[in-house]
Design a protein. Structure first.
Length: 215
């Protein structure tokens, strides 16, 4: 297994996050050689500047945390984030559309973000919000994400009724195989839980308790 720190997207997405919080996040990420930081789109340019002398990537969330923004708004937010330095985009799919079977809409929504990100060479992770979905809906969301050209499927925002579970991670990995990668996020606060997610198939871990996890 790779070093645990190399799996981690060091994350701060709370509404009250300040520029000082973002600078601290970036400093910690550089110090501990985490894979990336994950921030709201308004903080991308600051994070990019703070990490200019490191190998740490910058991920931005889009359509966060509900996924219910207009597709054009998601694509626009993606373009802005990528233009300001985002290497990765973590978008929330349209959960209501998925649950009512509007699969073409869901796929087109994801594809619009993938295309917008691709213009700047960024990749897309699709947040499914697994706590709100049945196993069958999770499988369908994974397949739609694959067909739309995403690079990752991701469990959770951390802002809904539950976070990552090993069951959901394994289900997602079994569905996408080697075609996509899987990111586990939400409620991962210690090393044992992180390792459990990796054993279940996670290729990346999203966490705010990243330093505690690596200790």
């Amino acid at each position: 297994m790779k070093p645990l720190n190399s799996y981690i997207d060091h994350t701060i997405l709370k509404a009250e996050a300040t520029e000082a919080d973002i600078k601290k996040l970036c400093s910690e990420a550089a110090e501990h050689s985490f894979y990336a930081v994950c921030v709201n789109s308004c903080h991308v340019s600051l994070a990019k500047r703070e990490l200019a002398d490191s190998d740490v990537k910058v991920a931005s969330v889009v359509g966060f945390p509900l996924g219910a923004a207009h597709t054009a708004a998601k694509a626009c937010e993606t373009e802005i984030a990528v233009s300001e330095g985002a290497d990765e985009i973590d978008m929330v799919l349209n959960i209501g559309a998925l649950k009512e079977g509007r699969y073409n809409y869901v796929e087109d929504d994801i594809r619009a973000v993938v295309q917008a990100a691709g213009k700047g060479g960024a990749i897309v992770k699709v947040i499914l919000e697994t706590c709100l979905l049945t196993d069958e809906e999770i499988v369908k969301a994974c397949l739609l994400s694959k067909d739309a050209g995403a690079t990752f499927v991701k469990t959770s925002t951390g802002f809904s009724t539950g976070g990552a579970t090993a069951h959901h991670v394994k289900l997602m990995k079994d569905t996408v195989g080697d075609a996509l990668q899987v990111k586990a996020s939400g409620g991962i606060r210690d090393k044992a839980t992180a390792l459990h997610m990796i054993e279940a198939g996670a290729d990346r871990i999203g966490a705010s308790a990243s330093i505690a996890i690596c200790k």
